[in-house]
Design a protein around this ligand. Structure first.
Ligand code: NAG
Ligand code: NAG
Length: 493
């Protein structure tokens, strides 16, 4: 609840704007007519054309098409593909990079940035993708890209974000609605490209991805029953990976106070009188929030609670001139507004407006200038109070079903910080809760050097990354990749 500016690879908070309602149609009959005998999957991606899209249909998903092209792009050492999954009049854009290691064997990772409303091209071009856009004409190879060890997707979702669009202005306004498109996307991909069928699949995301990913992974998990019933292969969902996620808003609210007023790995930010004022109101905020938002989901009362809570930490924090994504750095309100405190944001947008790049990835110039974050999408999710859903319940449910969950957190973030994430993981109610909570935080290392702290039990791992902010792979690429490699290999951090 950052009142003035829109923070947004982080979370949002525009004031809700009125948006005309035009709900989407959800297809309940999409799984009914599979005939494996008639359908020939594409199988080999490398047969695709670089000059234009190949359109693929599938009898199991009569309302969906894939438009995909080969795009020699960004990496240079592997095959890269871009395209759309068309869900009737809704079109979800994706980038797909094969693994630099063993594309024919390696796991598949799905990545989304947060917002809600922000494009996953931020993850691709500044964090964990094969190339980094330093400037509009200066793009360099990223040796710490996650496709070092996995086949990786970046998807612009929900509809309206990045290059994704709808023909007639349809939109979604909750994570649960967005999950329907994402789960279909995932099923369609594996059905068409059967080389990847059955591969361990990991759903990863950052920031508001702490809300998206648990719901998306749960939807993919549940969809498997329908796939099996229709005679298709289920998706081998192995894990959810959440980076600097805001999952449990209540845990986050108390953590903002903690970072500002108590010693953590850093000194308190605020002065004593400010902290005293905050503390006086914090317990009222927490109690009100619990009742109005989590227990009763009473929208009017919950909004009032949120407005009250927002006065506690946001005002003092905003006044401090600190980068909310990295409290070791300063950032003026103007810089926050202009580029979210990261000048590279504007460079990535300029790169994606280049006509040659548009041609390579198959995005029509008529799509207009690229926006890293779509604030209308953001406002719709806000208006539905989507962000304050107790999404930790989805995480518990995934853990109970053996889906592994990784919570990794750049330690210098304020927005979706490690303190709130640690509290969330400790409070998760699931069969392994006591065992997890009994573990001490221990150091983990890269090349003999301490890289952060970790705690793990069974399918759940929590890990911090020293020296990293909200976009951890941007700040600490090597350490982030190391976590991913060990996680995919099911090794201890
Ligand atoms: C491109 O950006 C990198 C990283 O900022 C820099 O080291 C390099 O000198 C730049 N190259 C050119 C040609 O400007
Ligand atoms: C798109 O960007 C270009 C270059 O920055 C600018 O000249 C143009 O006015 C923009 N178009 C729109 C519709 O904003």
């Amino acid at each position: 609840m950052f009142t003035s500016s829109l923070l947004l690879l982080g979370l949002a908070v525009a004031s809700a704007v009125g948006v005309a309602q035009k709900p989407i149609a959800v297809h309940t009959d999409a799984y009914s007519s599979y005939d494996a005998g008639l359908f020939r999957p594409m199988e080999d991606l490398s047969l695709l054309s670089t000059s234009g899209f190949t359109t693929l249909g599938h009898p199991l998903f009569p309302n969906y098409n894939v438009r995909i092209k080969k795009s020699e792009f960004c990496d240079g050492t592997v095959n890269a593909y871009t395209g759309y999954i068309d869900v009737e009049a809704r079109h979800l854009f994706f980038y797909f990079f094969e693994s630099r290691s063993k594309p024919e064997e390696d796991d598949v990772i799905f990545w989304t940035n947060g917002g809600p409303g922000c494009s996953s091209s931020a993850g691709l071009f500044m964090e964990l993708g094969p190339c980094r856009v330093n400037d509009v004409h200066n793009v360099t190879f990223n040796p710490y890209s996650w496709n070092e060890k996995a086949n990786v997707f970046f998807i612009d979702q929900p509809i309206g974000v990045g290059f994704s669009y709808a023909d007639h202005g349809e939109y979604v306004s909750t994570t649960e609605e967005a999950a329907v498109d994402v789960a279909s996307f995932v099923a369609i991909f594996f059905e068409h490209f059967s080389d990847f069928k059955g591969r361990p699949f990991h759903m990863a995301g950052e920031s508001a991805g702490g809300r998206f990913i648990p719901v998306f992974a749960s939807t993919v998990y549940e969809q498997n029953a329908k796939l099996i019933a229709a005679g298709a292969t289920p998706v081998n969902l192995d894990s959810a990976m959440i980076g600097n996620g805001c999952t449990d808003w209540k845990a986050m609210m108390s953590s903002w106070y903690t970072l500002m007023c108590q010693p953590t790995h850093l000194d308190p930010i605020s002065d004593i009188s400010t902290c005293v004022g905050m503390k006086q109101r914090l317990s009222r905020c927490e109690k009100w929030f619990q009742e109005a938002c989590y227990d009763t989901s009473d929208a009017i009362n919950c909004n009032a609670a949120l407005a009250f809570c927002a006065t506690i930490t946001d005002g003092p924090f905003n006044a401090a001139g600190i980068n909310p994504y990295d409290i070791t750095k300063s950032c003026t309100p103007e810089e926050l507004e202009d580029s979210l405190c990261y000048p590279i944001m504007k460079k990535m947008s300029a790169f994606l407006d280049r006509p040659d790049i548009r041609k390579t990835i198959g995005v029509d110039a008529s799509r207009g200038n690229f926006s890293m974050c779509n604030m209308e999408v953001n406002a719709r999710f806000e208006a539905k109070l989507d962000h304050i859903f107790p999404t930790q319940l989805y995480i518990s449910a995934l853990l109970e079903r053996g889906v592994r969950v990784l919570i990794y957190v750049g330690a210098n973030d304020w927005a979706c910080n490690w303190v709130g994430n640690e509290r969330m993981t400790l409070a998760l109610e699931w069969t392994g809760q006591d065992e997890f909570a009994a573990q001490p935080l221990r150091e983990w290392k890269v090349g003999g050097q301490k890289a952060g702290l970790t705690r793990s039990a069974g399918p759940l791992t929590f890990v911090t990354i020293d020296g990293a902010g909200h976009m951890a792979p941007y700040d600490k690429g090597e350490e982030s990749l190391e976590i991913v490699k060990r996680w995919l290999a099911k090794e201890e951090l």
